[in-house]
Design a protein around this ligand. Structure first.
Ligand code: FES
Ligand code: FES
Length: 162
């Protein structure tokens, strides 16, 4: 049995005390201790992107991030992004474009897409495709997801689709 210790991490703008061993991932702590289940445990080995959260605004795979290494970072989960206008626009666009079916990948997709649109508010289609290339979806075929991200970008920018 590995030893655990108490540590502090900042999640969704609030300090949280956690109990973690050296091998415990951020995903495990978020889901099992903090009841933040928006980040999904898909492959649990860094392949699918379902566990995506933001660390200092950048998308990271929480299944590959050790919880005890996160103390100096601002972690945001999909739950902490619900008031973000970019996230709201993306959610509406995902609904309008039927960009999900089972929904298992959706929180990771939305989180990664939120980071993209904050960094690049007017991405080209290739930019969206590249930004989401680490997020796998077994249902939609990706076209509708990319369409939705572009639609949200157009709406946020007040642009008209070509
Ligand atoms: Fe983390 Fe798949 S659960 S990448
Ligand atoms: Fe089912 Fe993406 S909507 S995995």
């Amino acid at each position: 049995m590995s030893q655990s210790c108490t540590a502090a991490i900042n999640v969704n703008g609030k300090p949280k005390e956690i109990e973690a061993g050296i091998r415990d991932t951020l995903l495990t702590v978020l889901r099992d201790q903090l009841a933040l289940t928006g980040a999904k445990r898909g492959c649990n080995q860094g392949v699918c992107g379902a566990c995506t959260v933001l660390s200092d605004g950048r998308p990271v795979r929480s299944c590959l991030s050790l919880a005890l290494n996160c103390g100096d970072s601002q972690i945001k989960t999909v739950e902490g992004l619900l008031d973000d206008p970019v996230m709201i626009s993306l959610q509406n666009a995902f609904i309008a474009n039927a960009a999900f079916q089972c929904g298992f990948c959706t929180s990771g997709m939305l989180t990664a897409a939120t980071a993209l649109l904050h960094a690049n508010p007017a991405p080209a289609r290739e930019d969206v495709s590249k930004a989401l290339s680490g997020n796998l979806c077994r249902c939609t075929g990706y076209k509708k997801i990319i369409d939705a991200v572009l639609a949200a970008s157009f709406e946020l920018q007040g642009r008209v689709p070509k």
